[in-house]
Design a protein around this ligand. Sequence first.
Ligand code: ADP
Length: 474
Amino acid sequence: MRNYLKHYINGEWVESTGSDVEEVINPATEEVIGKISIGTKEDLDKAVKAAREAFPSFSTMPKDERVKMLERIAEEYEKRKEDIIETITDELGSPLAVSEKVHYMMGYNHFSQAAESLKEFSFIEDMGGHTRVKESVGVSGLITPWNFPTNQTSTKIASAFAAGSPVILKPAEVTPFAAIILAEIFEAAGVPKGVFNLVNGKGDVIGDGISSHPDIDFVSFTGSGRVGKKIMQNASETIKNVALELGGKSPLVVLEDADIEQAARTAVNHIATNTGQVCSAATRILVPNSMKEAFEEAVLKVLPEFSVGNPREDNQVGPLISKKQWDTVQSYIEKGVEEGATLLSGGTGKPEGLDKGYYTKLTVFSDVTNDMTIAEEEIFGPVMSILTYEDLDDAIKISNDTEYGLAGYVVGEDKKALRKVATSIRAGRIKVNDAEADFAAPFGGFKQSGIGREWGDHGIEEYLETKTILGYPS
Ligand code: ADP
């Protein structure tokens, strides 16, 4: 049982000022795996005070010391590898291999990438007529979701530390334990007191408190559009800087000359990875009219390669995070059927033999049109929609006919067509033919997918203000 009834404030584990606790459930077993304290506004105030006090010295800490600090964090993070993997599997339900290759590695890469980006980063530049100085934005409040417990937290924290901004983190209440390990890692790495503060609690108390706190200068949020809008409204009261990474409904354009089986595997992989609980997942698969049947056949052939089941056994897909998420996904599947899409595979209910745990079937719809609910809304579950297109212009039009713009994908051979699709999709990150991840590359959304960019040097920029000095004596 993991009972963490304390917050980490000013370099110490402190009792909550409130008495509320919340149970954390393992979504694969539906069993309680631990408890956390539900923080109060008073706890948040203490954390903000500690961060403010840490600000003058941390924001002026020499760059090479900050680089070393990030490198020490990466080393300490590696030492906790097994614990991180096990914890994420228990709180999120991701298969052990996914917890290692995706969750553990993403956290590690953000800390080591931030150290590398910081080495190259210039905080003062002589521009001829003026000198441009980049300074820490101040104290940052970080609000994170549950779907990537180390990735979402680490990218924000690593960038903030690189920029010299002390932080207050409020992780999602359903996956709090990975963040507790991070606090222990920062302590072991000698992060100065007050630079990292962790307050567990509810979104409408601690999250709301962060976004409206007069002593917090910047809020970085990842989560739903609904909450993102509230955060922006709250932040407007004190003209706080905000970075928002919200949802997506990303297209995958399959070109006519694509390897059909490979394209089908890519498409299934998108709904299988993290049980489809990925904001940048491709969930609208656009195939040429002429390829429709062959593609559907290929998807059906590939699907059995992905087994849904116990994340501690050799399965590729675990459960959804919660009963609430399970219900949401079921209702989207029902809507898909109601609105006339063809259910090619999966459907509502639990996969055979998996009665306990929030498991759902990998579900594929074809004959989907872009105005159906399953093509318009982010489902956050393993549901694929196959749509068809006439020609490339049509594919691009359908791709962009969405309020979102987080990511886009294209697979095929013809370089001209690949370039056309990649440059025409209105989204923050485009991937051509399953290209490898690059942690130096900016990540963030166009349109209602958000504001700002994380990862690498762009991530560091988020936590900086630009100052112009005229007549700086050199
Ligand atoms: P998800 O659907 O991915 O859980 P949410 O947007 O609901 O996304 O939650 C993401 C994070 O935002 C969580 O840490 C949650 O506690 C927090 N949150 C929820 N409501 C609010 C709010 N009103 N203000 C600020 N943060 C909130």
